[in-house]
Design a protein around this ligand. Structure first.
Ligand SMILES: Nc1ncnc2c1ncn2[C@@H]1O[C@H](COP(=O)(O)OP(=O)(O)OP(=O)(O)O)[C@@H](O)[C@H]1O
Ligand SMILES: [Mg+2]
Length: 238
């Protein structure tokens, strides 16, 4: 069953401060995604990967086209759905993990990570114990658990960001560069965590420039160039 059907999706920006200069970041994008599949989104810098992900999460409103998402309560067009429906899907089904961590200052790492799980489970102790468990697996030094992530290194922030995104086991995960600043061992831990989510049914769209991460994770790759899909390939390990 397809969890996602994208047809004729385009996105253009009108830059008013530059005399209405038009930038087409996505042009006639068409693809489908099966439930439980992991798709890798690849392509050079500026090819439109993050724009596509943001259109799916509705951070960007697509200029044309349809994004049919099969939610637990039936099909919904993420381009046309009203804001309440989008907020509800973001709370309960779709999680977006951006490339960089942005957090409220002065909230401890462990609380940043458990936030999404606490919202669903309403059990602070359970959420905190799950959060500790993830931080331990990800090798975040114990001393940092109660510290504020604002001052963390790039790789430490990335681990917090990934842990926060996956702790509540979203149904559909959009994840932008999850392993870019990580060492080989931690990269493997993150990849294993995402594979465990997949095993539990999560569908994942992942942006990565890292061949190792893509090889280990993806069932299929979609390659973008200048805002267009130039190839769709099944992974060689399938
Ligand atoms: N909010 C925006 N306003 C104007 N132009 C934008 C906006 N967001 C993206 N673009 C443009 O769309 C194009 C695609 O950008 P996008 O961020 O999707 O690329 P990307 O493939 O994610 O690149 P990278 O690998 O560097 O993250 C770029 O030319 C970018 O300048
Ligand atoms: Mg990007």
């Amino acid at each position: 069953m397809n969890i996602l059907e994208v047809t004729h999706l385009s996105k253009e920006f009108n830059l008013h401060i530059l005399n209405n200069k038009r930038i087409e970041s996505l042009k006639d994008i068409n693809f489908t995604m099966k439930e439980g599949e992991i798709i890798g989104l690849t392509g050079k810098s500026g090819s439109g990967k993050s724009s596509l992900m943001k259109c799916l999460y509705r951070t960007y409103l697509a200029s044309t086209g349809e994004i049919i998402y099969l939610s637990k309560n039936g099909a919904v067009d993420l381009v046309k759905a009203d804001d309440h429906r989008i907020i509800d899907l973001r709370k309960n089904e779709i999680t977006y993990c951006s490339q960089f961590l942005s957090v409220i200052p002065r909230v401890a790492a462990i609380d940043v990570v458990c936030e999404n799980l606490f919202r669903v489970e309403k059990d602070k102790d359970f959420a905190r114990s799950q959060s500790k468990n993830m931080l331990e697996q990800l090798g975040l030094p114990y001393d940092l658990w109660d510290a504020f992530p604002v001052t963390f290194s790039g790789g430490e922030q990335q681990r917090i960001n990934v842990a926060r995104a996956i702790i509540a086991k979203p149904r559909f995960l959009l994840i932008d560069e999850p392993t870019a600043s990580l060492d080989a061992k931690t990269k493997d831990v993150v990849v294993d965590m995402i594979l465990r989510l997949k095993a539990e049914g999560t569908s994942v769209l992942v942006i990565s420039h890292d061949e190792y991460t893509l090889d280990r994770l993806c069932d299929r790759r979609i390659d973008l160039k200048f805002g267009e899909i130039i190839s769709e390939e099944m992974a060689t390990n399938q």
